[in-house]
Design a protein around this ligand. Structure first.
Ligand SMILES: O=P(O)(O)OC[C@H]1O[C@H](OP(=O)(O)OP(=O)(O)O)[C@H](O)[C@@H]1O
Ligand SMILES: [Mg+2]
Length: 191
């Protein structure tokens, strides 16, 4: 059914495998590398915690094979809490540590679902006078979008189902799964 972790018992089916994630991450890094080849002061990657933690780590390393050089910043925002739908209210749990004025920023996101988080975040970053802001998102749910957001680099379009794994949680669990899958209905009944 999947590729062998002790959480597998809770997974109904896998949507995107570990190997697919690895390949796609390399592809996205290659594209970003080509597009930003002439940037002189390097790229500023802004990871949106906690969900994007795995993708940030793998994407930054993949980009490191090609260049340009990168620096990393981390923001933590949350709107899902313990549930499976967005509260619509984006809370900043951790802000940027430094000024991003004049920098070329690439926001590293795990998933664009309703689009509310990114739409809020892009306005926030633009108000900080970056030279440019683009987004790389590993997953997107095209049929779930409530606010349209410009995402230049997208890994996979997936169905409108709540998914877990590779950083994505349900009630803070399942982030460490190496693949992305859908939980069995009884897991929600138990919660
Ligand atoms: O497009 P949206 O509907 O706004 O959903 C996407 C956002 O929701 C999740 O974060 P969450 O609020 O669950 O915080 P987390 O990353 O700490 O789990 C996910 O990691 C994205 O950041
Ligand atoms: Mg979450």
């Amino acid at each position: 059914m999947s590729d062998g972790s002790w959480y597998d018992a809770d997974i109904d089916h896998v949507i995107i495998s570990e190997a697919q994630i690895r390949e796609k991450t390399a592809e996205l890094a290659k594209q970003v590398s080509v597009d930003y080849a002439s940037v002189e002061d390097g790229l500023l990657l802004v990871c949106v915690l906690k969900g994007a933690v795995m993708f940030m780590a793998d994407f930054a390393r993949a980009l490191g094979r090609h260049g340009p050089s990168t620096e990393m910043e981390f923001m933590a925002v949350s709107s899902y809490g313990q549930g499976t739908t967005s509260s619509g209210v984006v809370r900043i749990l951790k802000d940027l540590d430094r000024d991003i004025a004049g920098r070329h920023v690439v926001v590293v996101e795990d998933i664009v679902d309703s689009g509310l988080t990114l739409s809020w975040l892009l306005k926030y970053l633009e108000s900080r006078s970056a030279a440019s802001v683009e987004v790389v998102a590993l997953f997107r749910k095209p049929d779930a979008v409530k606010v349209s957001v410009p995402v230049k680099y997208v890994g996979f379009d997936i169905p409108t189902e709540f998914v877990v794994g590779y950083g994505l949680d349900f009630g803070e669990r399942y982030r460490e799964l190496p693949y992305v899958g859908v939980l069995k209905p009884e897991v929600y009944a138990r919660a």
